[in-house]
Write a protein that binds this ligand. Structure first.
Ligand code: NAD
Ligand code: FES
Length: 294
């Protein structure tokens, strides 16, 4: 069992929990995620790792109650437990695989949209701990939905922008990026994390400026082991699975329109069946081996 040490509301419909998971905390790196299950019969939910403390053996997760399972998380309080908390899953951020010397040559900008601010934080923190500075745009619909601004400001130069102009700059993250560039900032590496539509438009913007762009994809996931096929993506002309090949990919190669269409199709049994028919054997539903159909 994995004990919940703290559960709190961050902003609007966005919540944070601190969970005791020493083995995950010992090994996780920025960019990775966990899959959690509240009890035996609960759905598996992929959750972003927002922070980790190796000494205390804790993991911080951020979630939005959207479906039944994540809404049940709202009833959890300190002292309750997750039955399963599997991780770290996925590959660490590309940045963590570069040498400090290489990183020092880069002008790095993170674009963090809404809840996507949570997975940006551990990357910015890791860079800061390695003596590398970076800029972070935090975008939110409105002032009340801005999260992690204070924590992020301790490790990066932060620019907040709200769609309605109620706080910070005004407009979406893509406008903020263009404004920063017009003001004389120059970047050669961008990491954009947020809703798929945001990442799509960030990539269209950075392409114009020739800025290499990494995105963190969050398609529907089921088993998290690369077997069920739920998180399938097209990246360039290759089939990739976000849970094992990602979640980070070269954003200029990701087929966002297909990824968004798959998200919608996966919501219905009919859509799932259509994907299984079209995509063939990456959908093992019913094989009874990977558990992806349960
Ligand atoms: P949101 O809808 O509030 O959008 C956040 C920001 O993204 C906006 O303020 C805006 O600046 C920007 N944005 C949105 N649409 C845009 C567009 N068309 N062009 C340019 N910029 C645009 O975000 P939210 O409600 O916090 O996000 C929820 C979504 O984020 C969920 O779908 C969730 O799955 C996803 N998410 C993704 C990750 C990830 O790893 N990629 C992590 C957590 C959450
Ligand atoms: Fe990635 Fe099943 S969740 S293949």
């Amino acid at each position: 069992m994995y004990k919940i040490l703290e559960a709190k509301n961050l902003a609007g419909n966005i919540y944070e929990m601190i969970v005791e998971a020493p083995r995950v905390a010992a090994r996780c790196m920025p960019g990775q995620f966990v899959i959690a299950k509240l009890d035996e019969t609960a759905e598996r939910i992929p959750l972003t790792i927002t922070d980790y403390d190796r000494e205390k053996g804790t993991i911080e997760i951020v979630f939005q109650p959207i479906g039944v399972s994540t809404t049940k998380y709202l009833d959890c309080k300190a002292g309750d437990s997750f039955e399963d908390f599997v991780g770290p899953l996925g590959r660490p951020s590309d940045l963590c695989e570069m040498s400090v010397e290489e990183l020092k040559k880069l002008h790095i900008i993170f674009i963090a949209g809404g809840v996507g601010t949570a997975p940006v934080y551990p990357q910015a923190k890791w860079l800061h701990e390695n003596g590398i500075s970076c800029d972070v745009i935090i975008g939110a619909k409105t002032k009340d939905l801005v999260i992690l601004e204070d924590k992020m400001s301790e490790v990066a130069n932060v620019y907040v922008t709200t769609d309605d102009g109620s706080y910070g700059r005004s407009g979406m993250v893509t406008k903020c990026l263009e404004d920063l560039i017009a003001e004389g900032h120059s970047y050669d590496h961008c990491v954009a994390i947020g809703p798929m539509i945001m990442m799509k438009f960030c990539c269209l913007t950075t392409k114009k400026y020739g800025i290499k762009t990494i995105v963190s994809m969050n398609p529907i996931m089921v088993d998290g082991t690369g077997m069920c096929g739920a998180c399938r993506l097209m990246v360039g002309d290759e089939v990739k699975f976000a849970c094992v090949d990602g979640p980070e990919f070269d954003g200029h190669l990701v087929d966002f329109d297909l990824a968004m269409k798959r998200q919608t199709l996966y919501r219905t049994k009919e859509g799932e069946a259509l994907l299984a028919y079209k995509e063939g054997k990456t959908h093992h539903g019913g094989c009874g081996e990977c558990g992806g159909d349960r």
